[in-house]
Design a binder for this molecule. Structure first.
Ligand code: ADP
Length: 502
């Protein structure tokens, strides 16, 4: 009994232990289940998040592809605009500018239809200059209907804004009218706004319903419109410049014609003057010769003795007659040379010899005034092609003047040097000089500067005119440089002879 009780106790104890152990196990399992549930919830959440991210990635990928497509479209469009710009920049006529826009360019911009109109103020209507994707009849139909609705398009130009089927969605009625008029489903219209010349608009559109126009298209067509506007302006400016050039050429032609008429007239007058001088001189020479002859007979007292006072007067008559003859001869020479009637005996001459011989002639006058005469002839100076006696006259006249207008103890220099195909001779002095205002006049007949020397010494004012005529008859030039109280330098050129100066 005792044993049974103990066994029962043991069993009871064991049961309690088992129950306790089972309770522990149950508790542990419940905790495990709880943990598993938590993990499962977490996993579910992560899965959901991953799903969300996957969806996002797909969406981003689609958007990226779309953006890439947009970008490609834009680049192709930009290239097309660049090609059109390059082509139209060389066109200098309105029509040529539009002709340079081709269907292929338009395709790259995503359109198959285009037309360009310019507003002609004089005719008060839009004139088409471009149509792609339309037949002539279709365009005529568009022009007729445009005419009825021109205000809309004139306002568009006035507003200087680019419009498209998107930007006009707020005005469906106008948009639909445009769609209908140009037979398209989407379009862009850009104003053409040259600063010079006719304004207008460029229309591009498509019939395709797959194409959707966006702001990028609007921007591209706006750029294209600006480029066309600039090209139109350039063409207008070119036309203006060209017209101005034509006008100028006409004027130049007219002036040239007037000048040659005036030159002809001058030649005629000059010819008449030469003829007049020559005939008057001849007329004067005959009576002068007889005056001189009678005076000579009287002075020689062939007709009886004369009182001294009469003889002195007669000698004066004789002297003055000589001066007059001298003057008439100079005048006759000038007239003859001017008229080309003087026959020049052109030969190769040695300038050194000529200068030496005229220096000899003038030496006495120089000595009398204590003037130093310097010869500065370039070494190996070539021979010159001249009429010896005429050029000697030139030297004598110029040196005579130099001596006359140079005070005592002055200096006269004769310089000669080769300049290309000519020899230049400069005769300079340290004389009284010539006032600036007289420099252009002294080569004219009878002109003499009003100075103390001229008041004292007689002269005709014909010497320099004769000299100029002789030099020009040799195809040379003559000019003078001078400073009052410092001196003058007369320079002239003569042609070089091909013959060598041995
Ligand atoms: P003329 O000597 O007979 O007066 P010219 O035709 O030779 O006529 O000269 C015209 C004028 O030019 C002279 O009167 C003088 O006033 C001026 N002239 C010429 N040569 C010189 C010179 N070397 N220096 C100053 N004046 C000069």
């Amino acid at each position: 009994m005792h044993n049974l009780t103990s066994l029962m106790n043991i069993i009871g104890l064991l049961s309690i232990l088992v129950i306790i152990a089972l309770s522990f196990i149950l508790m542990f399992k419940a905790e495990q289940i709880k943990q598993l549930r938590l993990t499962a919830t977490k996993l579910k959440k992560s899965l959901e998040e991953m799903d969300e991210q996957a969806k996002l990635i797909v969406r981003t990928d689609i958007e990226l592809n779309k953006a890439q497509e947009e970008l490609d479209k834009k680049i192709t469009g930009l290239y097309a605009v660049q090609r059109i710009s390059r082509a139209i920049s060389t066109a200098l006529e309105e029509n040529l500018i539009f002709q340079k826009i081709e269907a292929a360019h338009l395709e790259d911009l995503g359109f198959e239809k285009a037309c360009g109109f310019l507003w002609q103020t004089k005719e008060n209507k839009f004139i088409p200059h471009l149509y792609i994707g339309y037949s002539r009849d279709e365009i005529n139909n568009i022009i007729t209907r445009l005419e009825l609705n021109k205000k809309t398009y004139l306002d568009l130009i006035e507003d200087e804004k680019t419009l498209s089927s998107i930007s006009m969605s707020a005005h469906p009625q106008v948009k639909n009218k445009i769609n209908e008029l140009f037979a398209v489903t989407s379009f862009v219209i850009a104003p053409l706004l040259p600063k010079e010349g006719s304004k207008g608009f460029l229309f591009v559109g498509t019939e395709s319903t797959d194409v959707t126009i966006n702001e990028g298209d609007e921007e591209l067509i706006n750029i294209l419109g600006n480029q066309i506007g600039q090209a139109l302006e350039n063409a207008r400016l070119f036309e203006k410049t060209w017209l101005a050039h034509q006008e100028l050429e006409k004027k130049v032609e007219e002036r040239t014609r007037q000048l040659s008429l005036a030159l002809e007239e001058i030649k005629k007058v000059s010819q008449r003057k030469s003829n007049f001088i020559s005939s008057v001189s001849h007329e004067l020479r005959t009576p002068l010769t007889s005056i001189k002859g009678y005076a000579a007979i009287l002075i020689e007292e062939k007709l009886g003795q004369l009182p001294q006072a009469v003889k002195e007067r007669l000698e004066k008559i004789n002297r003055h007659s000589d001066e007059l003859v001298h003057m008439i001869n100079d005048l006759l020479d000038i007239a003859r040379i001017e008229a080309g009637k003087t026959i020049m005996k052109i030969e190769a001459q040695d300038l050194k010899d000529m200068v030496a011989s005229v220096s000899d002639l003038i030496a006495i006058q120089c000595k009398n005034k204590n003037i130093e005469l310097i010869q500065d002839i370039q070494k190996n100076i070539p021979l010159v092609l001249v009429d010896h006696s005429q050029i000697e006259r030139v030297f004598i006249n110029l040196l005579g003047n130099a001596v006359k207008f140079t005070p005592v103890k002055g200096k006269i220099t004769i310089k000669a040097s080769q300049i290309g195909e000519m020899v230049q001779i400069d005769i300079s002095d340290t004389g009284i000089g010539i006032p600036q205002e007289a420099l252009s006049l002294i080569f004219e007949e009878f002109y003499r500067v009003d100075n103390p020397v001229n008041q004292e010494v007689k002269g005709t004012g014909l010497g320099l005119s004769l000299v100029k005529n002789i030099i020009e008859a040799h195809k040379g030039k003559i000019w003078v440089e001078s400073k009052l109280s410092k001196g003058s330098a007369f320079s002239f050129t003569l042609p070089v002879s091909k013959e060598s100066n041995g």
